[in-house]
Ligand binder design. Structure first.
Ligand code: AMP
Ligand code: MG
Length: 412
């Protein structure tokens, strides 16, 4: 049933406006406490502050000998003990040295560490090899707190817990940390033509590739929990029942197909009739023009992507993922990818923001990332999509020159 008296939606000129509008209407997901042991890939919902200085005390940067600057002199110096990593340092007496290893605590009163290589070593004495001026106070000592003092903020809320950030959690003993809850995502692929994997396929049917595409796209993100994936026929009631069910348990819903103006395109009406508010429908982009964004009855992020697989890939990367990132609590919504140079610029332009599939070329010594256009026959060309690494974004009415271009990449 089509609804003819719908409120007018504002005309949006750019995909970023669509993202902004969606994010302006969405609330971030709630938070939970988790052990840092299982926090990799999650999104921090609190800043992380150091509980001790880093390093926690003065430590040696080298294997060598710790001594006082006053005791730098020609002749033999007695080594009176060892300072090992993980052990309290021995007492350093005037006129002596302590053998010390990388990361071990510098004994009290020691003011420098002399590298092993700069000494002649015997079993319990050393002699300094270099001219005495070469030994400077403080050398080879990492000072207590030189990386950060106690109480310094080292990570902020909204950051994804990547491997290097995990180092800060571990170092500063954040046992239980507050993270955003994983967003529960449902993927629903619509179309009478879709068949289950492994089933016989008639010439007028196709195997669903949009479901697998989206599932693979979200797989690397620990902040997404894919709770369900379904294929649904182009029947209003069937679709309505299915989406109603999904909306009971999901925080975000990705749909494909059925979002244009055809008689079998029920997605916009079903969403409206289920109480979702449509935020935008259609954007000046190619491929993917009929894309729709909505907020579900209990605040879910809903993105309905046009069914052609190249459209799904482009709109998922360019629009859906940033919106999911916002919902998941992330501060950075856009990928920090370098701009790329196009080697086979064809100077073509269209009056729409144009996502052109590309293939990455091998690195060259100048460090410039070069790409070439993937020859393709349009938004249904699954073969071209399969050999692409991402899309360049050519703004409306811009010629496809050599760039540099913003590039939207599939994660490895
Ligand atoms: P639609 O947006 O529903 O008009 O779909 C456009 C075209 O995309 C369809 O005619 C199919 O050829 C293709 N298509 C739709 N859904 C899928 C899917 N899940 N997997 C692969 N191709 C699809
Ligand atoms: Mg369809």
């Amino acid at each position: 049933m089509k609804n003819s008296s719908l409120p007018q939606l504002p005309k949006l000129n750019h995909p970023d406006e669509a993202i902004e509008r969606m994010c302006g209407l969405l609330a971030r997901i709630s938070t939970e406490l988790v052990s840092q042991e299982v926090a990799a890939g999650r999104v921090l919902a609190e800043p992380i502050v150091t509980d001790r200085p880093s390093p926690p005390m003065d430590v040696s940067a080298m294997d060598g000998y710790a001594l006082r600057s006053e005791d730098i002199r020609p002749g033999k110096i007695t080594v009176i003990g060892d300072s090992l990593a993980g052990h309290a340092p021995p007492v350093l007496r005037e006129g002596n040295a302590v053998r010390i290893f990388t990361g071990a605590a510098v004994p009290q009163h020691a003011t420098l560490v002399v590298k092993r290589e700069d000494t002649h070593e015997e079993s319990d004495t050393i002699e300094l090899k270099e001219p005495l001026e070469a030994y400077r106070t403080g050398q080879n000592i990492r000072r207590q707190g030189e990386n950060a003092a106690t109480g310094s903020q080292v990570l902020s809320s909204g950051q994804e817990i990547t491997a290097p950030r995990r180092v800060a959690l571990a170092t500063f003993g954040a046992d239980e940390i507050r993270v955003y809850r994983r967003i529960r995502l449902s993927i629903v692929n619509t179309g009478d033509e879709l068949i289950e994997p492994g089933q016989p396929v008639l010439p007028w049917q196709i195997r669903d590739s949009n479901g697998p595409l989206l599932a693979s796209l979200v797989k690397p993100y620990a902040w997404i929990e894919l709770i369900n994936r379904a294929r649904v026929a182009d029947q209003y009631e069937v679709l309505k029942n299915r989406l109603n069910l999904e909306l009971q348990s999901c925080d975000a819903l990705l749909l494909t197909g059925g979002v244009s103006m055809g008689d079998t395109d029920h997605v916009p009406n079903v969403l409206r009739d289920l109480g979702a508010s449509i935020v935008f429908h259609k954007l000046p982009i190619r491929p993917g023009k009929p894309v729709l964004g909505a907020i579900g009855p209990t605040g879910q992020a809903i993105l309905a992507l046009p069914g052609n697989p190249v459209s799904v890939a482009a709109t998922a990367l360019r629009i859906a993922l940033p919106v999911l990132k916002f919902l998941a609590g992330l501060e950075d919504l856009m990928p920090k990818t370098a701009r790329v140079q196009l080697v086979d610029a064809d100077q073509k332009s269209i009056p729409l923001h144009w996502y052109r599939p590309i293939q990455l070329l091998d690195p060259t010594p100048d460090g410039v990332q070069r790409v070439r256009l993937t020859p393709n026959l349009g938004s249904g060309d699954v073969v071209a999509l399969s050999s692409s690494d991402g899309f360049i974004e050519v703004p409306a009415d811009c010629k496809t020159s050599s760039g540099p271009w913003n590039c939207w990449m599939f994660e490895p």
